[in-house]
Design a binder for this molecule. Structure first.
Ligand code: DX5
Ligand code: ZN
Length: 222
């Protein structure tokens, strides 16, 4: 049974509370916040102020994905804004063990993300210390891109790594997920499904979220 984490990147931010409410009543488990700085990725989104506004709109955990350079500088700000988990990119951090520990000291879950071109085995030495591993299945920066197929293999490799380490981290997928591929990603062993445009890009946001949530949570599957 997986968790649905709609990304507000593709939501109508002029109506944030209502957009969050729509997915909350349709089975969303977490709200995913994509933070982009125009340096680590070629796009700029929003920062702690909007996370704080989301915090006021829901009791669901806020899953903050930092696609920024020097994320260490901003960990406190996002924790104070109400993040329940902060995920940093392996590619953006020099002392990853220190960063992960710092996030956990803030009393929240620590995640590490890898870009499509970064191999899973680069996470071997950090994996036992994290709560979350996020596999990017598009090149980060924009919603609405196509799923990169070898991400399925990377999920399987991450499942294997977890087994070998006897670790407990959740495996999260982010990018290009929709009705056409969600079952394959679930079968590969993924736990948390970040979905932006296939929810917020749909006419009926609540129905789209509910349909995806049903697939993820069907108990006749693993
Ligand atoms: C991509 C972001 C994703 C994005 C997913 O850089 O990290 O979270 O919002 O959006 P979709 O589901 O549209 O690919
Ligand atoms: Zn994301």
């Amino acid at each position: 049974m997986g968790l649905l984490a709609p990304s507000i990147l593709s939501a109508d931010l002029s109506n944030l509370s209502q957009q969050i409410r729509l997915v909350e009543m349709s089975g969303a488990d977490w709200i995913h916040c994509d933070i982009m700085d125009g340096h680590f990725v070629p796009n700029i989104t929003f920062g702690p102020i909007l996370v704080k506004a989301a915090r006021k709109s829901t009791r669901l955990p806020l899953d903050v994905h930092l696609m920024i350079e020097s994320p260490d500088k901003y960990l406190e700000d996002f924790a104070e804004a109400g993040a329940n988990s902060i995920t940093v990119h392996q590619e953006a951090v020099i002392h990853l063990n220190r960063t992960v520990n710092r996030i956990r000291e803030l009393g929240i879950k620590a995640g590490v993300a890898i870009n499509p071109s970064t191999p899973v085995d680069t996470l071997k030495d950090i994996a036992e210390y994290v709560d979350l591993i996020l596999i990017m299945s598009v090149n980060p920066g924009f919603g609405g891109q196509s799923f990169i197929k070898n991400s399925l293999k990377k999920i399987q490799e991450t499942v294997k790594l977890r087994r070998e380490l006897n670790a407990k981290f959740l495996i999260e997928i982010d990018g290009g997920i929709g009705i056409e591929n969600i079952k394959a990603v679930l079968d590969a062993g993924c736990d948390v499904f970040v979905i932006g445009s296939s929810i917020y890009g749909e006419k009926n946001v609540a129905a789209a979220a509910a349909e995806l949530a049903n697939i993820i949570k069907r108990t006749d599957q693993k």
